[in-house]
Design a protein around this ligand. Structure first.
Ligand code: ADP
Length: 780
């Protein structure tokens, strides 16, 4: 059939947004009345229909000018009535054709068309080359396009005929109506290929740019979402493995807490990093537990929590008095501190160091200071602490590491401004594990403690709002640099009367309450309390006494319940029913004035004590025998005393060669507490002289003082404690070094009343006061 000669008369349907190429099978829905009529007419004939595109798809009722002249003669292959009046038709494009004449417009368009077959013979080398180029380009197009599947390439490449090849490719492309029309209007395959090639190249370019844009957008989104996806995946994996799925809740909670804490930026960063590490770990691993407890440590510290100080002086004083008897200087100092705080609003305060024997209330007054200031209280005993890590913690790399006791205390207190008590700061020791004293120094130094860094925590914690108080039994062993930082307040032991007062006002009520008793159930008489002080306890403080009172209360409670007694009376006489036989016996003043026995006064860590020095001369060769409880210093001072006696022997009618013919035995009876020190020098010398001269010693005299070779009496410590012991033992006269005269005013009035204190400068004065004439003396 020659191209362009054949003419066909056919019904026409204008297509909206569609173009049909030969060999293309497609379906579309027909709804317009005119088009349906055209369809029906076509079905009545040979099912051929002329399809051409409408130029403007919005036109509902097109006239002949509204559609392109060139279209495709197609065969209707199937018709399907749709709900409503529409019909779905399946058509196959057969060949191109152009309208020669519109022969009818109603009830449907009818046209005479001139058929335009492709001319297969036109396939030349150029066309062949064109086909290959287009195929390659099409391949590229497929590779960048998401709309065409790669299998199309296979079927396309199998087509020999250039025209059909072009049409099949064209039917695969998503093109605008006028582009499609251009292809349809290209009767010569080579031209058609040319057009398709140009379109492909342009499309590829567009698609590539599009892809680039997409990629950019995608990588951006990816970055944000990647972590999320990974996390989700990890969650799934962990769930699969049956590992804790509470983990995420835990992490969420951690992060929530971090948010709430409002930590300093650096610390927050650090902790977030740790939480992040934690979230990526298997929850069963050891490492994960280490991180968990680390994070929890940080989260549980009171970074921003603190109590508000009470600055009400009256109230503070009331609380201090409520809890403690006496302790005037501590109370005053605390009130001063408060007053200064109120005036200056400064946070910095002195570090108080309470020094005194055990049981005098150092710890408990500190607790009460905390209460009066409305601060939390943390106590840390430094006794025997030798490892710096106890203060500053172990590094996390250390297995089982935890923070040091400072941070621990802060955590327990739940406040960043507690009152922190370092107990027994004089018992710090240092060895190869580092120097705890210098770590402590850092803690106490207001310049450094703002940034106190625990080895475990690794991040600084501000200790500058903490109020520090320390305690010690003696100043002697406190490391000097520490001592320099502190303001020392000495608390000395209590007198018997003071102890009884403390017991009556504080300890008894406290213990009764603790044992569920009231003073209607039980009364403890005053003489019972004196007995407890004297015969059941031996101490400067009242700790033992408190324990005894606790014992009495406990036993009394049991008795009341068992025997159904209404009231119990504890007196001196029945005290042994509660406490057993008396534990201590005081060296009370002896029955008679004796030769060679002198009462000395000693100061031990539990307070003052009397000590009896006994001297017996024996025939011998001038040896000095020292027995009993004597330290080296005491032995030295015994020798010094003896030398002095030798130098004055002639004044007292002692044979000058006594030390060649006699051995002197000096004995100090064993006591509960070892004694040492030079302050028994005077006592021993006096005893020796008494023994040699056979002059008795006044049994009401006690003495204390260091002796020089020339018989000078040097000052001693602890006069208050010693005089308390003297009073207890019934001594009436105490000889003490003149240089201690200033200490006299510190002595309790009751002691001053009971005892005559005689300051002495040298041994002559001692002898004059202590030794009685031969063969005389007090008789009982
Ligand atoms: P320290 O710390 O000096 O060794 P503590 O503070 O442990 O002594 O005191 C021991 C007990 O004696 C505590 O129960 C304390 O309340 C009580 N105590 C000590 N001194 C007094 C006092 N002056 N008034 C009331 N109670 C006291």
């Amino acid at each position: 059939m020659e191209n362009g000669k054949k003419i066909e008369r056919l019904p026409l349907i204008p297509l909206r947004g569609l173009s049909v190429f030969p060999f293309m099978v497609l379906h579309f829905d027909v709804g317009r009345d005119k088009s349906i009529k055209a369809l029906e007419e076509a079905m009545l004939r040979n099912q051929h229909i002329f399809l051409t595109a409408q130029m403007d798809i919005d036109v509902d009722l097109p006239v002949k000018e509204d559609f392109f002249q060139v279209g495709t003669v197609s065969k209707i292959k199937q018709m399907l009535k749709l709900p409503g009046d529409a019909i779905r038709v399946l058509v196959e494009g057969l060949y191109r054709a152009e309208i020669l004449e519109i022969v009818g417009e109603e009830p449907y368009f009818e046209v005479d068309v001139r058929i335009r077959y492709d001319n297969e013979h036109e396939k030349d080398v150029e066309t062949e080359a064109m086909m290959r180029t287009v195929l390659r380009t099409f391949e590229r197009y497929v590779s960048v396009s998401t709309k065409v599947g790669p299998d199309v390439i296979l079927s396309v490449s199998a087509i020999e005929d250039a025209g059909r090849f072009a049409d099949v490719i064209a039917s695969q492309l998503v093109l605008k109506t006028d582009e499609k029309q251009k292809i349809i209007e290209a009767y010569v395959p080579k031209e058609r290929l040319q057009i398709i090639y140009e379109i492909l190249v342009k499309e590829i370019e567009i698609l590539e740019v599009e892809k680039q844009i997409n990629d950019k957008v995608r990588t951006h989104i990816n970055k944000v979402q990647k972590e999320y996806y990974l996390r989700e995946q990890m969650k799934m994996i962990k769930q699969e493995l049956g590992e804790e799925n509470d983990l995420d809740d835990e992490i969420d909670e951690m992060l929530e807490q971090v948010r709430k804490l409002k930590l300093p930026k650096k610390i927050e960063e650090k902790i977030r990093k740790e939480i992040d590490r934690f979230s990526k770990m298997s929850s069963a691993s050891a490492e994960s537990n280490v991180i968990r407890s680390y994070v929890n440590w940080i989260l549980e510290l009171p970074w921003n929590k603190q109590t508000k100080d009470t600055l009400d002086l009256k109230k503070a004083r009331r609380i201090l008095d409520e809890d403690h008897y006496g302790l005037k200087s501590v109370k005053e100092r605390v009130l001063e501190y408060l007053a200064v705080r109120q005036l200056t609003k400064s946070m910095k305060g002195p570090i108080l160091c309470l020094v005194g024997p055990p049981g005098v209330g150092k710890t408990s007054i500190a607790k009460s200071v905390a209460r009066s200031l409305n601060r939390k209280f943390v106590r840390m005993s430094l006794g025997g602490l030798r490892d710096e890590a106890e203060i500053r913690g172990h590094r996390r790399t250390y297995i089982g590491a935890i923070p040091g006791r400072i941070i621990n205390g802060i955590k327990e207190s739940g406040s960043k401004n507690p009152l922190f008590l370092f107990d027994e700061i004089d018992k710090l020791s240092s060895d190869f594990r580092g120097d705890p004293a210098s770590a402590l120094l850092e803690v106490l130094d207001p310049e450094q403690n703002k940034e106190f860094t625990d080895h475990y925590l690794e991040v600084p914690f501000d200790l500058s709002r903490v109020m520090f108080i320390t305690t010690a039994n003696s100043l002697a062993t406190i490391p000097r640099p520490l001592l320099d930082r502190m303001e020392v307040i000495e608390i000395s032991g209590y007198t018997e009367d003071e102890k009884v007062s403390i017991a009556t006002k504080y300890l008894v009520p406290k213990q009764l309450k603790a044992h569920g008793l009231t003073d209607e159930n039980i009364s403890i008489s005053e003489d019972a309390m004196h007995a407890m002080v004297n015969f059941y306890t031996r101490e400067s403080g009242v700790r033992e006494l408190e324990r005894k009172i606790a014992t009495v209360s406990r036993k009394a409670a049991a008795k009341i319940v068992e025997e159904d007694l209404p009231t119990l009376r504890v007196t001196k006489r029945n005290l042994d029913k509660y406490l057993g036989a008396p534990r201590y016996r005081y060296d009370e003043v002896g029955q008679t004035d004796q030769i060679g026995i002198v009462t000395g006064l000693a100061w031990t860590r539990v307070g003052g004590e009397t000590l009896n020095v006994e001297v017996t001369p024996m025939k011998g060769t001038g040896k000095l025998v020292l027995t009993g409880q004597m330290g080296d210093v005491m032995k030295e001072s015994a020798r010094a005393g003896l030398s002095y006696i030798r130098s004055i022997a002639h004044q007292y009618d002692i044979p000058e060669d006594f030390y060649e013919k006699l051995d002197l035995h000096i004995h100090i009876p064993e006591g509960a507490i070892p004694k040492d020190g030079p302050s028994a020098g005077v006592t021993m010398a006096t005893a020796v002289l008494s023994a040699l001269t056979e002059r008795p010693v006044d049994k009401f005299v006690a003495m204390t003082g260091e002796i020089t070779l020339r018989g000078r009496v040097l000052p001693i410590g602890g006069l208050k404690e010693k005089s308390l012991a003297a009073k207890r033992a019934g001594i009436k006269k105490v000889l003490f070094p003149y240089e201690n005269l200033k200490d006299l005013e510190d002595l309790p009035a009751s002691v001053q009343k009971a005892i005559t204190f005689i300051p002495v400068k040298n041994m002559d004065e001692v002898i004059a006061e202590a030794l009685l004439p031969k063969e005389t003396g007090h008789e009982d």
